[in-house]
Write a protein that binds this ligand. Structure first.
Ligand SMILES: Cc1cc2nc3c(=O)[nH]c(=O)nc-3n(C[C@H](O)[C@H](O)[C@H](O)COP(=O)(O)OP(=O)(O)OC[C@H]3O[C@@H](n4cnc5c(N)ncnc54)[C@H](O)[C@@H]3O)c2cc1C
Length: 483
């Protein structure tokens, strides 16, 4: 803490002594860009003259977005937040946003021809009192009967991972500033999990093949659209995403980004897609598709670079990474029970999760809202587009269909490689290199907080060192994607 206080007071002194502060340009108004603006303001207000956020869309939030189906809004991207995600909890608290708890669903695990396992349907208001009281216990008993002690092993694996993640919330003085995700993960104890697949990690933890091929697979397919062969850390984070006590922001999680940007007093330029970043004369020139130019001492990329079209001069080099596309399809209508070999629509579980079988064309189907008999809102996650012909088989009625194709998260493949947070050795930063560890609202915020501290400490280093010399950007030695 003392070291950090020293950093703050040194920055204060330094920047109050100069007529002009530093302008920071952030590319991307999702949670990474928004929380970076927040932490820069929080930790280094005196050091930063202006923060400009350049966002290609007409709204902020990025992958935290809602979709409207027949007048109701539903989360279309990031849906749930873990009860131990301390940044998200803190943000929503000071922004005055309301939490909406996520209730547990009636789960059925579909193998393409039958439900191999189902939890109990939740009690209705007309259900007997005793059933309502005993429901959680009976449900746990049912799950335990199928998966046995492996369930406890899974829980302790997830708890261990969450415990190590909590290191990222230590007091500032007890937490170094990291130049790369790799350093960050090594320090926290999580790095090893990025080197093996989730399947290998869970087998080492003593989970049974039945639990891995059913419940665990259902969860990784829902949370990351990937199989248990994805890397261990992202898989563990996905498993934590099915814990109890999950919540969301009432009205949409995107409000966290909107609130943070507003509170940081950043200048927000919507509809500005950055296409070129050039370092010249000691600063970065960012050019938008519309032809506007922004000049900044510090430039931060707060979006995955894997599918965007931005050119860098001098060129940068980062490990090649492909993104998993997740197609989110909202349906207003009624499911066809015959598709699942059932007689009545009411026999179809509220959450249909699926096993890793190539013929199954979707990862999950979840009821979002019931409007009454024969009229419901559903959300489907799938790896490929759900064509009308397929939807006509799965749904008996369809009054509205909304489709979104997300470049959702990295395809996790152990051993993971990481780009540095500093792309050029100077002041070009990349928050989303951390996404190779895991992709969530909270991991973006954790990475952004570290990058904010890194920017401030490196600015201080610049002013400490002899100063007038403008260093040439160094090329990353990482071999892969040249941009
Ligand atoms: C379907 C789905 C479900 C998910 N479920 C969960 C969940 O339940 N819980 C959870 O915590 N996480 C979940 N996630 C992951 C979570 O959404 C992301 O990890 C997180 O939102 C990433 O935030 P970000 O700011 O790093 O990136 P983004 O949200 O992608 O923000 C990047 C921003 O940059 C903008 N941009 C891109 N290129 C340019 C450019 N050239 N110029 C200017 N602007 C640009 C984009 O428009 C975007 O607004 C889910 C993601 C998806 C897709």
């Amino acid at each position: 803490m003392a070291r950090f206080l020293h950093l703050c007071s040194a920055l204060l002194f330094l920047f109050s002594a100069t007529a002009e502060g530093t302008r920071v340009c952030i590319v991307g108004g999702g949670i990474a860009g928004a929380s970076l603006a927040h932490f820069l303001k929080d930790y280094g207000e005196a050091a930063i003259d202006e923060i400009i956020i350049l966002e290609k869309n007409s709204v902020v939030g990025g992958r935290m977005a809602t979709a409207t189906l027949a007048g109701d809004t539903f989360e279309a991207g990031a849906t749930v937040i873990h009860r131990k995600n301390l940044h998200a909890l803190n943000f929503t608290s000071f922004l005055g946003l309301t939490h909406k708890p996520k209730s547990s669903s009636w789960l059925g695990i579909w193998n393409g021809s039958r439900f191999v396992f189902q939890t109990l349907p939740p009690p209705k208001s007309s259900s007997p009192f005793l059933y309502k009281k005993l429901f959680p216990f009976l449900n746990s008993l049912l799950v335990f009967r199928r998966y046995g002690l492996s369930l406890l092993r899974m829980r302790s694996f997830v708890e261990r991972t969450v415990g190590e993640f909590m290191n990222f919330y230590k007091e500032l003085g007890d937490r170094p500033i990291f130049e790369s995700p790799e350093e960050m993960l090594k320090w926290s104890g999580l790095h090893g999990l990025t080197k093996k697949s989730l399947r290998e990690e869970l087998a080492l933890a003593g989970l049974s093949p039945l639990l891995i091929s059913e419940l665990v697979t259902v969860i990784t397919r829902i949370n990351y659209g990937q199989s248990v062969d994805m890397s261990g850390l992202a898989g563990a984070v996905g498993l934590a995403g099915s814990d109890s006590g999950l919540w969301a922001v009432d009205g949409g999680n995107w409000q966290i980004a909107a609130g943070l940007i507003e509170r940081s007093n950043a200048t927000l330029n919507l509809g500005e897609e950055i296409v070129a970043v050039e370092f010249k004369n000691g600063e970065y020139e960012l050019e938008s598709k519309a032809g506007n130019r922004y000049f900044c001492r510090v430039a931060v990329i707060a979006t995955p670079l894997d599918e965007v079209n931005v050119s860098f001069s001098p060129p940068i080099s980062i490990p090649r990474r492909s993104l998993q596309h997740t197609h989110v399809t909202f349906i207003r209508g009624l499911v066809n029970p015959a598709y699942f070999g059932l007689e009545s629509e009411s026999d179809v579980p509220d959450l249909v999760g699926t096993m890793e079988i190539p013929e199954i064309p979707f990862s999950s189907i979840t009821i979002q809202k019931s409007y009454g008999q024969g009229d419901k809102a559903y959300r489907i996650f799938s790896r490929r587009k759900m064509e009308d012909s397929l939807l006509n088989q799965i749904f008996r009625e369809r009054t509205e269909t909304v489709r979104i194709d997300w470049a959702a998260y990295p395809r996790y493949n152990a051993p993971e490689e990481f780009a540095s947070f500093v792309l050029d050795g100077l002041h070009l930063y990349y928050v989303n290199s951390f996404e190779s560890a895991a992709s969530t609202i909270e991991t973006s915020a954790v990475a952004a907080e570290n990058v904010a501290r890194l920017i401030l400490s490196r600015l201080l280093d610049d002013s400490d060192s002899s100063s007038n010399v403008i260093r040439a950007p160094s090329r990353s030695t990482l071999p892969h994607l040249d941009l």
